[in-house]
Design a binder for this molecule. Structure first.
Ligand SMILES: [Zn+2]
Length: 263
């Protein structure tokens, strides 16, 4: 989403849809940020309401971020038509959703007793068609998103039910080992154990790097490009795996190389 947020000018407005307290920090963009959610108890510049009937005028926003929110919204198609209505003609839309067929999403829904996911998305091509049909925008790029199972982290904001003890209590060393093994299995055996879902970029866009970032922090969930982590010197050798310190939260993580970029 940072490709969109970083290009917005100071006089533009971005809608953060279904974000609770925010799906990105205000420092990620120069634009004015409006947070929108069905739940009450939000901060400044926040609006509470129904995503199927957005309380905004036509062409209000230069950008819209729907980061892990559409899977929660009953009436997703009416919501997408509302997003098109409130987005400017040259605006850009970012949509990130989980793949409901993955281990990560299954584990999340099992821990969270459903987790409020009412839309199960399992086919990125089919979902891209739905996005284009309902918004009238073109899908310019799709990136596979990876997971580190950070939602289960014992240091995270969610206090899970007793089910968490069946998967090691959400201890960081267990998540680090599990996400490293999942990534290695994916690379060697072609499984999708470390996959979370997809990010869709809609509208006219400059180049979007579609190579997935496999290094996702076990604590804060931030994804980083492997070549960049090497370039800043945070990757260290180890006897089990190479490790890196997350540039966002300084947590120790196992390191893997991303798939090669097409030349
Ligand atoms: Zn982190």
């Amino acid at each position: 989403m940072h490709e969109i947020l970083s290009e917005l000018r100071p006089d533009s407005i971005v809608l953060d849809l279904g974000c609770r307290s925010g799906s990105f920090p205000v420092t990620a963009t120069q634009a004015k940020v409006v947070r929108f959610d069905l739940d009450f108890g939000l901060g400044p510049c926040s609006v509470q309401g129904d995503a199927q009937l957005l309380p905004f005028r036509e062409f209000s926003f230069d950008g819209i971020i729907a980061n892990h929110s559409l899977e929660h919204i009953v009436g997703m198609k009416p919501c997408l038509r509302e997003l098109r209505r409130v987005l400017k003609n040259d605006g850009r839309l970012y949509v990130a959703v989980p793949d409901a067929s993955t281990l990560s999403d299954w584990l999340y829904r099992w821990l969270a007793h459903g987790g409020g996911h009412v839309n199960a998305i399992v086919d990125s091509n089919r979902f891209a068609e739905v996005l284009e049909a309902e918004t009238g925008l073109r899908v310019a790029a799709v990136r596979l998103l990876h997971t580190s199972f950070a939602f289960a982290n014992v240091n995270g904001p969610v206090k899970w039910s007793r089910r968490i003890w069946l998967i090691g209590g959400g201890q960081e060393w267990i998540l680090r080992t599990a996400s490293y093994c999942a990534r290695r299995c994916d690379a060697w055996l072609g499984t999708r154990w470390s996959v979370y879902g997809w990010a869709f970029y809609l509208g006219e866009m400059k180049f979007i790097d579609e190579v997935p970032a496999t290094n996702v922090c076990v604590r804060c969930g931030a994804a980083h490009v492997s070549e960049w982590l090497k370039a800043i010197g945070t990757v260290k050798p180890g006897w089990l795996w190479r490790s890196y310190s997350c540039p966002e939260c300084q947590t120790a993580n196992a390191f893997t190389d991303d798939p090669p970029r097409p030349t």
